[in-house]
Write a protein that binds this ligand. Structure first.
Ligand SMILES: C[S@@+](CC[C@H](N)C(=O)[O-])C[C@H]1O[C@@H](n2cnc3c(N)ncnc32)[C@H](O)[C@@H]1O
Length: 231
């Protein structure tokens, strides 16, 4: 079923409001979460010389902005909740853009990496192709996107006051590949547990700098994938 634009707007504003009303509580509950595995997974794939320009997409109260800064990089936060954005500016001591994921206004090709830790699952799947395309466009050529999301069987809906979409690996891959990303790695979290006890799917992707219309299809006997005028 396709949601009307006003329904999508209600979904995002309700979810943002939920976080906004619990900003201090969210900070206390998550400030000590150890996501060094995820930060490492992003940074080890970024090419070129540091410091790297990193967009922390859905940065919350800024725990990871502070880490990126401590590592010598140049992070920028993006957050929809004004209360969380204020905390993020304080903790990250950096620029934090107050933007809704569904109304992004991003510069082209400025970031070496995007860190989307526990944020992209809040995008309704109907809007995900557009959001991923916008993230792709704000990465430099060959920039890297990290995403970690609670996984599921591709169900989506309300969960304790917040809207979430819970993709499995196959569905998540299809969205990312359609947005012209190349998979680098994926893993489940927390590390060291049986898969049934790993609710988080983390994945790392490189921006494919070649536009889809020019990509050569490597299947046997195939020509160019599209737009080559040789049907
Ligand atoms: C689960 S929290 C993750 C926060 C942080 N990345 C972390 O790892 O602790 C999800 C974040 O996404 C933000 N968010 C959710 N929906 C949003 C939307 N439509 N636009 C902007 N921010 C949104 C929330 O305010 C919250 O800060």
């Amino acid at each position: 079923m396709t949601a009307a634009p006003e329904d999508l707007a209600t979904i995002t504003s309700t979810t943002i409001q939920h976080y906004n009303e619990r900003a201090a509580e969210f900070w206390q509950g998550t400030r000590d979460h150890d996501v060094t595995q995820n930060i490492g997974a992003l940074l080890r794939h970024v090419r070129g010389a540091p410091p790297f320009h990193i967009l922390d997409f859905g940065c919350g109260p800024g725990r990871d902005l502070a880490t990126f800064r401590a590592l010598g990089h140049t992070p920028t936060g993006l957050e929809g909740s004004p209360a969380l954005a204020a905390l993020a500016r304080q903790h990250g001591d950096c620029t934090v853009w107050e933007q809704d994921f569904l109304k992004l206004n991003l510069p082209r090709e400025v970031f070496d990496g995007i860190f989307a830790n526990a944020s992209l699952f809040h995008v309704p799947s109907q809007a995900l192709p557009r959001v991923l395309t916008e993230l792709q466009a704000t990465l430099k050529p060959e920039g890297v996107l990290f995403a970690s999301n609670p996984r599921g069987d591709n169900e989506e809906g309300w969960n304790r006051g917040r809207y979430g979409a819970y993709h499995d690996l196959q569905s998540w891959r299809a969205f990312l590949e359609a947005a012209n990303f190349i998979e680098l790695e994926h893993y489940y979290r927390p590390a060291g547990l049986p898969i049934a006890q790993q609710p988080w799917l983390a994945s790392v992707w490189r921006k494919n700098a070649t536009p889809p219309a020019l990509r050569r299809d490597t299947r046997a006997g195939a020509g160019l994938t599209s737009g080559d005028g040789r049907n």
